[in-house]
Write a protein that binds this ligand. Structure first.
Ligand code: SAM
Length: 378
């Protein structure tokens, strides 16, 4: 009897198509009328940012990039914050002199009116250049300086937002729990603030790429201070709990842009469906480990490059619950809405993300997706 060898002969559905089918179903419901625009942007060429390497001749690099018409979107946001702060101070002074509240009431009114923007300004030494909205010029590949250090690192500029949200302060102990290949680790180092930086990634091969990036961008005496490990991050809290001021948990996810564009290493490959289904659980375990690794009073930033609520807000909610019920650790979600106000010239933000912020790919600003949310360990 002839037995059809369907598994070998049936046309193979590309993983990119499976990804798009899944996104059409889920994101169509989640993003509603915004989905067609996000979808087409995901399928078009993504934009990059050039993270200036402060360990190279940074001022010269910045000048060269400015000659190309690129702008440092971080200093642009810092200037905007300052302007808004001044405007608000003037407005409050005007209102204060006009109002007739009792003396004790003045402070309370001011507190209630102070937007989060003013209580959390952008202070960072990180410089990253992007071409303005609608400008799709590409950056040239990075070049080495006379000491062999590369002058800039090309990355999705939205990937810097979680690092900025981490708000590293002088002498902070910082943990990058899922660090490879190392774009965000490099950005953290650019702040020049870390008292100690631990960069971990479970994958040995990806940790090699992290070493390569450190070797290409960071002078020996500084990279030797970075503690690179290849542990399963889920166990970190038990190994080294309550140690860090700042923890970045940039988890593995469905990498939405990659999944609709590249067959190689695609998580929508049928052979990886179990791994894909288990992602939210892995993300949750990593975030809980990140919370446990943080000192009381410290902060954790969770990030993904997925639009999925199941991998974003739901993971946050569940981690807060587990930290509370299983470890008696209270956390609160920080308001990051000032990021939306400060960076809206560069990125397109979702206006209805319940917890944290979400950068949506847009044809005129084709960065992201990038979800980030900050938790404060009480
Ligand atoms: N932060 C990196 C960057 O900016 O270049 C990207 C990180 S990538 C989104 C997620 C990483 O998590 C992958 O490199 C993967 O190897 C790592 N990973 C997956 N499971 C892990 C685990 N259990 N513990 C630690 N790292 C893990």
């Amino acid at each position: 009897r002839y037995k059809k060898k369907w598994a070998a002969t049936a046309p193979r559905v590309p993983s990119t198509r499976l990804a798009l089918q899944s996104f059409d179903m889920n994101y169509g419901l989640q993003l509603k009328e915004a989905w067609p625009s996000v979808r087409v942007s995901l399928l078009c060429e993504q934009k990059y940012g050039a993270l200036v390497n402060s360990f190279a001749d940074a001022d010269r690099v910045a000048q060269e990039l400015e000659l190309l018409n690129a702008v440092d979107f971080i200093s642009g946001a810092a200037q905007k914050a300052q302007r808004l702060q001044q405007d608000s101070a003037v407005e409050q002074a005007g209102r204060g002199s006009a109002s007739r509240e009792a003396p004790g009431e003045r402070w309370a009114v001011k507190q209630a009116e102070t937007p989060p923007l003013l209580s959390a300004p952008i202070t960072s030494n990180i410089r990253c250049y992007t071409f303005p909205r609608g400008d799709i010029t590409r950056f040239r590949p990075a070049r080495p300086d006379t000491l062999g250090i590369l002058n800039y690192y090309l990355m999705d500029a939205a990937s810097l937002l979680p690092v900025l949200a981490l708000n590293v302060q002088p002498d902070d102990f910082v943990l990058d729990l899922c660090a490879a290949p190392g774009g965000k680790t490099l950005a953290i180092l650019q702040t020049g603030f870390c008292g100690h930086l631990a960069a971990n990634d479970v994958s040995i091969s990806r940790t090699k790429r992290l070493h390569q990036i450190l070797n290409s961008y960071v002078p020996k005496q500084i990279r030797e201070t970075v503690c690179v490990t290849s542990w399963d991050g889920r166990n970190w809290g038990e190994l080294e709990g309550g140690t860090f001021h700042k923890v970045l948990v940039d988890v593995p996810c469905t990498t939405d842009r990659h999944s609709v564009m590249e067959e190689d290493n695609n998580i929508f490959n049928r052979r990886r469906s179990k791994e894909r289904q288990m992602l939210p659980m892995l993300q949750l375990q990593l975030l809980v480990a990140g919370i446990l690794a943080t000192k009381p009073g410290g902060e954790v930033v969770y990030s993904t490059c997925s639009l999925s609520q199941l991998q974003n807000e739901y993971v946050i909610e569940r981690a807060i619950e587990i930290a509370e019920t299983e470890y008696d650790i209270s956390t609160r979600v920080e308001d990051l809405s000032h990021f939306r106000a400060l960076f809206q010239d560069t990125f397109s933000f979702s206006s209805d993300c319940r917890l944290g912020e979400l950068v949506l790919p847009h044809l005129t600003a084709n960065f992201g997706p990038m979800y980030f949310c900050k938790l404060h360990r009480v």
